[in-house]
Structure formats: structure tokens, C-alpha cells
Design a binder for this molecule. Structure first.
Ligand code: DQA
Length: 149
């Protein structure tokens, strides 16, 4: 069965209560349900599993990217604050796209409309594509993109 990894970085485990004015009031459980429903509604020729994970640990996130390389599983990645400074995460994400596996960087908010430090992404340069600013819609659009590719 094909699957899509939906990887979430630090503090995204607090969605629902974390800055709802910026990130909305729904949590990762609701996001997973939304993505699973989207896949079902697509009536794909073969079943696709949505494997949604969250960690505050950079090393764990990197190990999940290695897993994506080894299993050739496409990735939807919200690197959260690691976006802006983690060269280690960038190098691991580069392994994914250099292996010919899609990796879409997503953000719930539009980082470019926020503080200056959020305007830099060290991930975007090696991502297959970037979707930001559509709330959970960013993940839903990314899911459509990876399944279409
Ligand atoms: C975020 C934007 C980042 O700047 C921030 O550090 C996050 C969430 C987003 O989804 O909008 O944690 O990646």
C-alpha cells in the first residue's frame, strides 16, 4: 500500500491551543482526519495511507526523512521553526529530493507576512515545492500535489 508521510516539526503538537489567531483552533488529530477523508474522496486506483507524525526533536525528524528516502515515500513537511535555521534538516531533506522522491514544504501561516526571521527558509531551495498561508488547506493542496506527481 502506498503512503504519504506528513511530518510536523516543533510546537505543532500544540496546534489547537497554540496561537489560534495564527494557526487556527484545530489540532493534528483533526488535520489527519481531514487528509484521510480527502484521500478517500479521491477514489484512487490503489489505497494510500496518510502517515502523520509530529516531533520536537530535530534528530527524530531527520531519521524520518531517511526513512522516506529508503522507502521512497513522498513527504509533506512542515518544518516549523526549523525552517528558518536548520541546515541539518535541509541536508536530510535534500537526500529525499535528490533520491527523486517528492518533498513539499508546507506552512499553515504565510511566513512572509510575519516577522523578518520567518522570511528565510533554508528548506525551500531543495523542496519539490512550497505551499504556505492556507491554514490546513496548505497540507490538503500538498497532498493533491504529491498524489498527482
Ligand atoms: C509554521 C511557521 C513557522 O515560522 C513557525 O515557526 C511554525 C509554524 C507554519 O506552519 O505556519 O512553527 O511553520
Amino acid at each position: 500500500m502506498a503512503s504519504v508521510l506528513v511530518l510536523n516539526g516543533p510546537n505543532l503538537g500544540r496546534l489547537g491551543s497554540r496561537e489560534p489567531d495564527v494557526y487556527g483552533s484545530q489540532d493534528l488529530v483533526a488535520l489527519e482526519a481531514l487528509l484521510v477523508a480527502d484521500v478517500e474522496a479521491m477514489n484512487l486506483p490503489e489505497p494510500v495511507t496518510v502517515d502523520l507524525r509530529q516531533t520536537n526533536d530535530e534528530a527524530e525528524l531527520i531519521s524520518w526523512l531517511y526513512e522516506a528516502v529508503d522507502t521512497k515515500t513522498p513527504v509533506i513537511l512542515n518544518p516549523a521553526a526549523f525552517t528558518h535555521y536548520s541546515y541539518a534538516l535541509r541536508d536530510a531533506a535534500a537526500l529525499v529530493t535528490k533520491a527523486g522522491v517528492e518533498l513539499v514544504e508546507v506552512h499553515i501561516s504565510n511566513p512572509h507576512a510575519r516577522e523578518t526571521f520567518r522570511h528565510t527558509s533554508v528548506i525551500s531551495g531543495i523542496a519539490t515545492g512550497v505551499i504556505a498561508g492556507f491554514g490546513f488547506g496548505s497540507y490538503r493542496l500538498a497532498l493533491r500535489a504529491v498524489l498527482a506527481l
